[in-house]
Design a protein around this ligand. Structure first.
Ligand code: NAD
Length: 714
């Protein structure tokens, strides 16, 4: 009857119609301009047909509708805010309100994930039937915008403003039982959703369900007194202010939009939403969060395409059951690849297994896994003290101590035990892959697989290609990282690889400022205000002063012109005085456990006194300058990595810094940050700090780009 490229109308018995989303040649349904136009046409068609008695909205894909097509946002949001506002008012009127206003009852059959526009289309229906396994939510604030297809208006009226504020500001996905308990859906069904959906239509037509009242509630002002409104929204604003920094304005915009629209009728309420939507669409934050979302997709697509060319890793091994080895074994087993975990000491093995058990216990307590699943995961880890068990594995990750001599002894030993085709990977954080490959018989099967600590939490894996590493080894390792639910980024071998190479000059610039007499607490504050999850002093404490100094030395040897310092660094001095950081409770800060066992960070004057022997007299520098100096150094090293092809594309670099270091997402990554400032402005900033040494030195290529205003990285 009506069949288009993204959806069709299908006749059902008893004058009911199914509106089925089924985007041709794609795996998911999404709202792009085409789909919106076709939905508008479908609604028009339905209003013309006076015989229709009810509508079921379904999806032919495993997911319902995943939301708006984010690739279209760039063009859409380039318009002035008034135009964006008008555009969204039109879409609301012609599509979502039109669906809501159909002259017969409507029900959405949510068979799988329904996010953003996907949930908004379901909210425009009178009833919602949800599959047990589906998830629903409005994640727009995590992209720096707010729902724009009537989501703030309808959800607030369907589940109440308090719950709607929570759903919209956190952007979380909600499971079926939560959705039913809160009233976001009307029933849950196990598999065939059409049957219960039709029952809703029959009951609506028989008068057993007051569908017109349900609809009218979504279109009317919410029943709330002025004082209730003030209390509710004042509390919400306080909650949002403490939870989200000012760098992320969308959650507060959502609260304000709902506050201003909750006592209005649908037409006026949607006008408010459209106005706030347009404001958020024009922010730098939404621009960068959307870039990050699309960047993540690009990196993952690239990785999946690489992995597709090779066979899957069926069996893995890890050598060393310490912090990292234990973490790798847990993650591999948890995500389904069996793993042999070898150590030379029984207590090493015991520690590795007890760490894995602890993590699984935590998941079981939270109800995220069953006792059976826990046992199943533990059964996938084979602990051993000898090599026999690793001869069948497809990949083995070496994670013994960070000592070149030990690794040079262990790696050939491992290589001689595994089958010829097996990949041997090292989780070294600093030692050159080419150097480690020297004693190996099959260097083409060797590379770096650099996980970050803690392995189960940190998304990034650097896959480090040595000069002799084969394409096949890279592709298989990328596949294994994906199977472990990690984000692999392929990089070329160099001191520090990608992430540490960019991080350590930044820490060097920090040490330099401390040496000049700037207060490290003030530096931490400046960098946290910039958006980093923690400042550099605290980061050194987390990494550990021994590891920090060790890695800094490796980088100083690799890049002496800009990473070797002619002063004793604060980290070296603290290490000499046995202040190792969090691992022994003393570093730049002092750490103690509170009564709930949580580690608290305090500052002690004695550390400043200790540092005074290696610092010049106190120096005051404002926070803006502090952040500029440190970020210039960070970004310049990132640019050098791109110029030297350590990483292939700017997007890989930006995403690696976000996944591996927690680079502030609202800034999009270091390369996006340079482009936001403007390349010539960035170069001028770096030149301003030229007196502080070579780490502030702009590369020739970057200077050329600055002079030729038309050039960009992306
Ligand atoms: P760790 O000291 O916690 O563990 C090392 C383990 O290796 C110990 O259990 C030890 O018994 C075992 N071991 C030593 N020699 C062995 C051998 N010949 N055969 C088998 N096992 C042996 O160290 P870690 O922190 O887990 O670091 C391991 C590797 O991971 C290092 O190369 C390190 O640079 C790298 N890394 C560490 C981190 C981190 O934050 N800890 C992050 C990324 C990478």
């Amino acid at each position: 009857m009506f069949s288009k490229s993204t959806l069709s109308l299908i006749e059902l018995p008893n004058h009911f119609i199914e509106l089925r989303f089924d985007r041709k040649n794609e795996s998911v349904n999404k709202f792009d301009q085409r789909c919106l136009t076709e939905l508008k046409e479908a609604c028009h068609e339905l209003t013309q047909n006076s015989a229709v008695k009810g509508l079921v909205v379904t999806s032919a894909k495993p997911t319902f509708v995943v939301g708006a097509d984010i690739t279209e946002f760039g063009e859409l949001f380039s318009h002035p805010p008034e135009k964006i506002e008008q555009e969204f008012l039109t879409i609301n009127r012609e599509v979502f309100n039109a669906l809501e206003d159909l002259p017969f009852p409507t029900v959405a059959a949510i068979n799988g994930i329904a996010l953003g526009g996907g949930l908004e289309v379901a909210l425009a229906c009178d009833f919602r039937v949800m599959s047990e396994s589906a998830k629903i939510g409005l994640p727009e604030t995590s992209l720096g915008i707010i729902p724009g297809f009537g989501g703030t208006v309808r959800l607030a009226r369907v589940i109440g403003p308090e719950s709607a504020i929570s759903w919209i500001t956190t952007g979380l996905q909600n499971n079926a039982s939560k959705a039913l308990a809160i009233g976001a859906v009307d029933t849950i069904a196990s598999n065939d959703l059409l049957k219960p959906a039709i029952e809703f239509l029959e009951n609506a037509n028989s008068g057993a369900l007051a569908w017109r009242d349900v609809r009218a509630k979504k279109q009317s002002p919410y029943d709330l007194s002025a004082s209730e409104l003030n209390t509710l929204f004042d509390n919400a604003a306080k909650f949002v202010q403490t939870k989200f920094s000012g760098h992320y304005p969308a959650p507060m915009a959502a609260v304000n939009s709902m506050r201003k629209s909750i006592l209005l009728d649908r037409t006026e309420a949607i006008k408010v939403e459209a106005r706030y939507f347009a404001q958020m669409a024009k922010t730098e934050t939404s621009k960068q969060l959307i870039n990050v979302f699309l960047g993540d997709q690009q990196v993952m697509k690239h990785a999946k395409n690489l992995a597709k060319t090779e066979t899957k890793i069926e069996q893995a091994g890890v050598i060393g059951a310490g912090i990292m080895g234990g973490g790798i074994a847990y993650q591999s087993a948890y995500t389904g690849t069996p793993i042999v975990m070898k150590d030379i000491q029984q207590n090493g093995i015991d520690l590795g297994i007890s760490e894995a058990t602890k993590l699984l216990d935590g998941l079981e307590t939270k109800g995220k896994i069953t006792a059976d699943k826990k046992q199943h995961v533990l059964d996938k880890i084979t602990p051993t003290l000898n090599y026999q068990e690793i001869n069948a594995v497809d990949i083995v990750v070496e994670a013994v101590v960070e000592n070149p001599k030990v690794k040079h002894a262990v790696l050939p030993e491992v290589e001689s035990q595994v089958k010829e085709t097996a990949i041997v990977a090292s989780n070294t954080s600093t030692i050159s892959i080419d150097y480690l490959a020297q004693p190996l018989a099959r260097p083409e099967n060797f590379l770096g697989m650099h996980f970050f600590n803690p392995v189960h939490k940190m998304p990034l894996v650097e896959v480090i290609r040595g000069t002799q590493t084969s394409e096949s080894a890279v592709a298989k390792t990328v596949g294994y990282a994906l199977a472990m639910k990690k984000k692999p980024v392929v990089v070329k071998d160099c001191p520090g690889f990608l992430v540490n190479r960019v991080l350590f000059p930044y820490l060097g610039a920090f040490m330099q400022m401390v040496h000049e007499g700037v207060d490290f607490i003030q530096i931490d504050k400046a960098m946290e205000s910039f958006g980093w999850p923690m400042g550099p002093a605290y980061l050194c404490d987390v990494i550990g002063m021994d590891t920090t100094v060790h890695a800094a030395n490796v980088l100083a040897d690799g890049f002496p012109d800009r990473m070797k310092y002619d002063f004793t660094t604060a980290a070296e001095h603290l290490l000499k005085n046995e202040c190792l950081g969090q691992k022994n409770g003393h570093g730049f800060y002092h750490y103690e456990k509170d009564e709930r066992g949580k580690i608290t960070k305090q500052h002690k004057q004695e550390i400043k006194t200790l540092l005074s022997s290696i610092t010049e007299s106190e120096k005051n520098v404002d926070e803006k300058t502090i952040a500029e100096r440190l970020m210039v150094v960070f970004c310049l090293e990132a640019v050098r990595c791109l110029e030297e092809n350590i990483v292939e594309r700017p997007v890989d670099l930006d995403m690696a810094m976000i996944y591996g270091l927690g680079f502030p997402q609202f800034r999009g990554g270091p390369i996006r940050y340079i482009e936001t400032l403007g390349i010539s402005e960035f170069v001028a900033l770096a030149d301003k700090f030229g007196e502080f040494g070579n780490m502030y030195k702009v590369t020739d290529t970057l200077r050329e780009m600055a002079n030729d205003g038309s050039k960009h990285f992306y």
